[in-house]
Write a protein that binds this ligand. Structure first.
Ligand code: C5P
Length: 308
């Protein structure tokens, strides 16, 4: 990389899985108050960024997914807001996103791409990624962005912006199954019946201790839940069958990530998780094996891995 010619870098944008997702109520700002155990997984998009000082502008490319090359793409909005509110770059920025994470699947692919762009920009123009300006930009862009930017296993509260990293989770072997349908996150939350909260109740919920979770796969499996499941499975009844198939294939627990439709099965080791993914692929589903890193200071997320 040279600071005089074009500068290029590549950032992995890891998908996330909500192992648990509890909806505690509806806040005065219209968002739902959450308590969610979230982990980054090895499934990742690749985000390449090239800064050419000889030109100017911002260009987003998504080879094979050209429908995502739109001004309202979260990664593009993140770059524009970074330029206008944190630090402008000089030259032309070209962002190329190679998608492996299924779009609108509950795995936060678009949010992960935006977080990767912000991390890349911090590196390219020497901004401290831990600065309050960057954090507040993350908070303003989307509920999962702070988590994706942090990139480690965490309890997540608030509307998603309060991230409490945890380091004792075991490495997890997951089989991800992504049925070919898109679920709108706004629709799923909108269908949920949740008690209305005032800000004082929200503050009280944020003060209460977080649930304990043990450090083996069975203990992690025992916290798997998703309060959006009833709404989503009510509309897409076949999802239940995929869950039962994950049980038949030997998972410790299965659940839905975010507003779905991606399902995950938690397995005791990589072999059975890979066999389960292969079995779903034979049935015509997008499926892959994915690993969750052990947490900060633990093993790094594998690079990219198979597409889902
Ligand atoms: O923040 P994000 O754009 O990911 O959220 C999409 C939609 O999901 C929001 O517009 C809102 O309708 C709903 N949502 C919610 N409560 C949350 C997160 C999202 O109601 N905590």
């Amino acid at each position: 990389m040279s600071r005089h010619g074009a500068v290029a870098l590549r950032v992995e944008a890891h998908a996330k899985v909500n192992l648990s997702l509890r909806i505690l109520g509806l806040r005065p700002d219209g968002y739902h108050q959450l308590e969610s155990l979230m982990v980054p997984v090895s499934l990742a998009d690749s985000v390449e960024m090239k800064l050419d000082p000889e030109s100017d502008g911002l260009r987003l490319r998504c080879p094979g997914c050209e429908q995502l090359e739109r001004p309202d793409n979260l990664a593009q909005r993140a770059a524009e807001l970074f330029r206008s509110t944190i630090r402008p770059w000089s030259g032309a920025l070209e962002v190329t996103i190679r998608k492996r994470i299924p779009v609108a699947s509950g795995l936060a692919g678009g949010t992960a791409d935006a977080a990767a762009v912000l991390r890349g920009l911090c590196h390219l123009v020497d901004v401290d990624p831990r600065s309050e300006d960057v954090r507040s930009l993350c908070r303003s862009l989307g509920s999962d962005l702070v988590f994706c930017f942090e990139g480690c296993a965490a309890w997540v509260r608030g509307r998603g912006e309060h991230v409490v990293p945890i380091s004792h989770l075991p490495g997890l072997d997951l089989c991800l199954v992504c049925p070919d349908l898109e679920v709108s996150t706004g629709w799923a939350y909108g269908q949920c019946v949740a008690p209305s909260l005032d800000w004082e109740q929200v503050a009280e919920l944020e003060r209460r201790p977080l649930p304990e979770v043990g450090s083996d796969v069975e203990a992690v499996g025992s916290v798997v839940c998703n309060d959006l499941w009833a709404v989503v499975s009510n509309r897409h009844a076949f999802l239940e069958k995929l869950g039962l198939e994950l049980i038949r294939l030997g998972c410790v627990a299965w659940g839905m990530s975010g507003s779905g439709p991606a399902l995950f099965g938690l397995f005791r080791s990589a072999g059975p998780a890979a066999a389960a993914a292969a079995s779903f692929r034979r049935l015509g589903y997008r499926a892959c094996v994915s690993r969750s890193p052990a947490g900060p200071g633990g093993e790094p997320a594998e690079r990219g891995g198979a597409a889902c």
